[in-house]
Design a protein around this ligand. Structure first.
Ligand SMILES: Cc1cc2nc3c(=O)[nH]c(=O)nc-3n(C[C@H](O)[C@H](O)[C@H](O)COP(=O)(O)O)c2cc1C
Length: 302
């Protein structure tokens, strides 16, 4: 049997399959069921900075929940913080560290809608925030990012320089919808499809040789080939959410068994043998991931 274990964010995972921050991991029974179904680790739903600011008991409850998970589960448990200001995060992260989680995922969910704020100002805010946290918190730390930066590769390199352990690519932004009868803005949440994976696979492949930090894919992992593509590109782990919402926890075993079968069929004895073998620097023609590919696609279809 192939060895599915991987290193990610300061810890060893039994397989690359994590369950991402979402209501799926919100209760201990749910997290235990995910562990039994084959999850190699779970990320708790995010603790939102704004919510804690208006109700400090939420942080106590979150920390209690973390302690319970750590007592009861055998798999790594990551906390998730969602916010945009420095002060709040530092206090919260210290408390999470005391609660004993295996790592913290920082979700910087910020819509850059201010016309007076430059990309440099926004990126500097991210770096300062992460740098502050990194210098106070010893726990393994990952940053979950969106792709909406003018130079996402450069930002990730700067994040690496702060000393974080991993980035999680990419946040999905939920687009508010317009109700054209009531003229109100309504929240809309749609689950992903495998189509969303390709953006992630491409960026992981482009980044793999340029950074040393861990790379996790979130967004669009539904099928066995999706998982394998992410690993070939160079992902250390993948995070699952929509597929489990849509089809249930048994998808974890299906994906894990499918990965094992693929490794066996292709004469590999460990996941680590395939990680990054299709990253940009290891492709015969590295330009296929950049502009040249775009030109060829256009030519083929004209
Ligand atoms: C209902 C729901 C709630 C979510 N809550 C969070 C959250 O609290 N924090 C977070 O970082 N991401 C959250 N996400 C995003 C997921 O963790 C994941 O990154 C995203 O759904 C992409 O993965 P997928 O294609 O496997 O669904 C949520 C997603 C869904 C569908």
């Amino acid at each position: 049997m192939a060895d599915l274990s991987v290193q990610y964010c300061g810890t060893t995972l039994a397989s690359p399959l994590l369950v991402s921050a979402s209501p799926l991991t919100a209760t201990l029974p749910a997290a235990r069921a995910l562990q039994e179904a084959g999850a190699a680790g779970v990320v708790l739903p995010s603790l939102f900075e704004e919510s804690v600011n208006s109700d400090s008991q939420l942080l106590d409850a979150y920390c209690d929940r973390l302690k319970q998970y750590k007592d009861e589960l055998d798999i790594p448990v990551f906390a998730s913080l969602n916010g945009v200001t420095q002060g709040g995060w530092l206090d919260h992260a210290e408390r999470l560290q005391q609660a004993g989680c295996d790592g913290i995922e920082l979700n910087i969910y910020y819509v850059a809608a201010n016309v007076n704020e430059s990309s440099d100002q926004i990126e500097r805010r991210y770096i300062d925030l992460v740098y502050q946290l990194r210098s106070h918190i010893g726990l393994p730390m990952a940053v979950k990012l969106s792709q909406h930066f003018s130079s996402v590769a450069h930002l990730i390199k700067r994040l690496e320089d702060t000393g974080i352990d991993a980035v999680v690519l990419f946040n999905r932004f939920y687009q508010p919808d317009f109700d054209i009868e009531t003229l109100t803005v309504t929240p809309s949440l749609q689950l992903s499809t495998s189509q969303e994976l390709l953006l992630r696979v491409r960026w992981v492949a482009l980044l793999r040789q340029q950074v040393r930090l861990g790379l996790a894919v979130t967004g669009g992992v539904h099928e066995v080939p999706d998982l394998i593509k992410a690993l070939l590109a160079g992902a250390d782990a993948v995070q699952l959410c929509s597929v489990l919402f849509a089809k249930g926890n048994s998808e974890l075993a299906r994906l894990r068994d499918g990965l094992e079968q693929w490794l066996e069929d292709h004469n590999h004895s460990a996941v680590t043998e395939i990680q990054g073998i299709m990253s940009q620097g290891r492709l015969r023609d590295p330009s296929v991931l950049e502009r040249a590919n775009y030109r060829e696609v256009l030519q083929q279809n004209s």
